[in-house]
Design a protein around this ligand. Structure first.
Ligand code: ZN
Length: 245
């Protein structure tokens, strides 16, 4: 399975504090952790590369794309956002992390505002597993505790998910749908809330485990995809073909 980890990569070069947590960038950290899993071939791409590192060839060869963005959503070209959307409809998996709820590809795929509420208060978060037999929750006990987190609260304006895997509880009293799956065409999208550039959340083993589980769950055999996005006029019915045969 080929996994591409994409990051806008704007916070890390600009802050010593953030770079001390993610010296090779958030994308580098996630790629390094995922590379230890059997069967994963992991590469990275960033915003400032030509075509944001997401050429058609790269997307064609990607089974699962992981997306992290925060302050530069608007710098992603509409052409690349549309290319990612189309790749998902054709079967590519997409994992959307944390502040990427406002990324162009996610908003296009959801068709909603994707707004939510938030507060940076350095308190703990508990992600409760609400679908314990879901493959994305494999190996996770009743909950994951994140010692320091930014709060994200409802209402999170996304379509009702096809599958809900995690709900977060925050020390301030808010709750949030933190792990959700949608199907679009032949592809699946997993939104996973944990993250934030000032916390070492992407080094936490349970968080990495969930992302790895999601890669396996979202991976499709893209070679089997036919006909998505077309509107063929079926001039003959299967029954007329059968009778003629
Ligand atoms: Zn954040």
């Amino acid at each position: 399975m080929t996994i591409t980890v994409w990051n806008e990569f704007r916070h890390e070069p600009a802050s010593d504090a953030i770079r001390s947590i993610y010296p090779n960038g958030i994308h580098g950290a996630i790629a390094e952790h995922l590379s230890k899993y059997d069967g994963f071939s992991v590469r990275t791409a960033t915003l400032d590369e030509p075509e944001h590192g997401l050429t058609q060839d790269v997307l064609d060869a990607t089974d699962v794309l992981i997306w992290w963005s925060h302050i530069a959503h608007g710098d992603v070209t509409d052409a690349v956002a549309e290319r990612v959307q189309t790749a998902v409809q054709q079967g590519m998996g997409l994992i959307v992390l944390h502040s990427s709820h406002f990324s162009k590809p996610f908003k296009r795929l959801m068709g909603t505002t994707c707004g939510l509420s938030w507060r940076e208060d350095d308190k703990h978060e508990r992600l409760w597993v609400v679908d314990p037999t879901h493959p994305i929750a494999a190996g996770i006990d009743r909950y994951i505790e994140v010692p320091e987190a930014e709060m994200y609260g409802e209402f999170f304006d996304v379509p009702t998910p096809d599958e809900l895997v995690f709900i977060s509880w925050f020390a301030g009293g808010e709750v949030f749908r933190s792990g959700m799956v949608w199907k679009r065409g032949y592809g699946k999208i997993f939104y996973f809330r944990p993250g934030h550039e000032t916390y070492p959340i992407y080094h936490q083993p349970q968080i990495v485990q969930v992302i790895a589980n999601a890669c396996r769950y979202l991976n499709n055999d893209r070679a089997t995809v036919t006909g998505i996005g077309s509107c063929p006029h079926q001039t003959e019915s299967p029954e007329s073909l059968r009778v003629r045969a």
